[in-house]
Design a protein around this ligand. Structure first.
Ligand code: TRP
Length: 329
């Protein structure tokens, strides 16, 4: 089975966009690939979070992963900071990566613009740390969003360059595996195309019924159709996209007909949608609460994951050291 690696930075709770995008793809891949999913807590240091933020969000994400169906019996689930081998590889990769190419990465430029007082070296070398995350397991496929393409290009460059410098065929070039193809893109309900943390329009998996209801009732709509069978404007399409995901086919059909004969009442649609989102997410939310309360289990999962991840990392690193010319003890 091919090796798959992916990571998520612990910067808050999972929202429905994460869920129907990355996380459902991870869950589906578990049976067909040798998967490793980790929480990129070192990467989060590039923005200087406080210790309590790191602790809280790594635990939360772990509980949420499990609640969504990532199965530690099938996949290796671990914290990046539990695998120190990654750092040694990161250092070797940094030796062969040039300032100019790191400075050209758009995510670096964007971050540097956003936090001008904190343009740290970790931010600059974010792509080599990401490359180390991937190459340490010699992964072939990396499920990521489109926004990670430049980082993935850097990871391939790192692999190629290492192979060239040492005249070996050691690191395979990892390929992006866009889940966008099969994943459903979740729209924002504020009229923006996408649900995202930076857009501030998220419905979170952990949101309770009341919160979800409030958020859905605030969804942007228009003044309603004036001609039968007219095309839906973007904001209304968004509502229907949502309905299609969480509601029964009869419900979708019902509102389609109401739209088509111009008798649709957005208030009714939203009420139904809120109810169906609540119904859909309730079991996940219950599992999140159960896992979050079970610190012992979370600790065990992380410990077991770290052990397996380190085993794979140690093997790679031993060979890397030998290739570079360091003595093996
Ligand atoms: N940069 C990724 C993101 O922001 C997170 C990440 C870190 C990652 N290391 C990785 C993703 C390795 C895939 C593989 O989404």
């Amino acid at each position: 089975m091919e090796n798959v690696v992916s990571g998520i930075r612990p910067t808050g709770n999972l929202h429905l966009g994460n869920y129907f995008g990355a996380v459902t793809s991870f869950v589906k891949m578990q049976d067909d690939y040798n998967c490793k999913f980790f929480i990129a807590d070192w990467h989060s240091l590039t923005t200087h979070p406080k210790p309590e933020d790191i602790q809280a969000s790594t635990n939360t994400i772990l509980a949420e992963y499990l609640a969504c169906g990532i199965d530690p019996e099938k996949s290796v689930v671990y914290m990046q900071s539990d695998v120190p081998e990654v750092l040694e590889l990161y250092m070797y990769l940094n030796m062969n990566t040039y300032l100019g190419e790191l400075e050209r990465v758009t995510t670096f430029k964007e971050k540097a613009r956003k936090q001008p007082d904190n343009v740290n070296a970790g931010l600059l070398t974010y792509p080599t740390l990401m490359a180390a995350d991937i190459l340490i397991h010699r992964a072939l496929k990396v499920p990521v969003g489109k926004d990670q393409e430049q980082n993935m290009e850097m990871a391939r460059k790192c692999a190629r360059r290492f192979n060239n410098i040492y005249g070996v065929d050691f690191f395979p070039e990892p390929q992006s595996f866009y889940f966008a193809k099969e994943a459903i893109k979740i729209p924002g309900l504020d009229g923006s195309g996408k649900m995202g943390k930076s857009e501030g329009n998220c419905i979170y998996l952990k949101d309770d019924a009341k919160t979800i209801q409030k958020k859905v009732m605030k969804a942007v709509t228009d003044s309603g159709p004036t001609e039968p069978n007219s095309e839906k404007p973007e904001v209304i399409k968004n509502l229907f996209t949502f309905l299609n995901i969480v509601s029964a086919p009869e419900t979708v059909q019902f509102f389609e007909e109401k739209w088509n004969d111009c008798s649709i009442r957005y208030g009714d649609l939203k009420k139904q949608l809120a109810q169906d989102i609540i119904g859909y997410t309730e079991p996940i939310r219950e599992r999140i609460n159960e896992y979050s309360a079970n610190k012992e289990l979370l600790r065990k999962v992380a410990e077991q994951g770290a052990e397996k991840a380190r085993e794979s990392a140690r093997q790679t690193l031993a060979e890397v050291r030998q290739i570079i010319g360091f003595k093996q003890y």
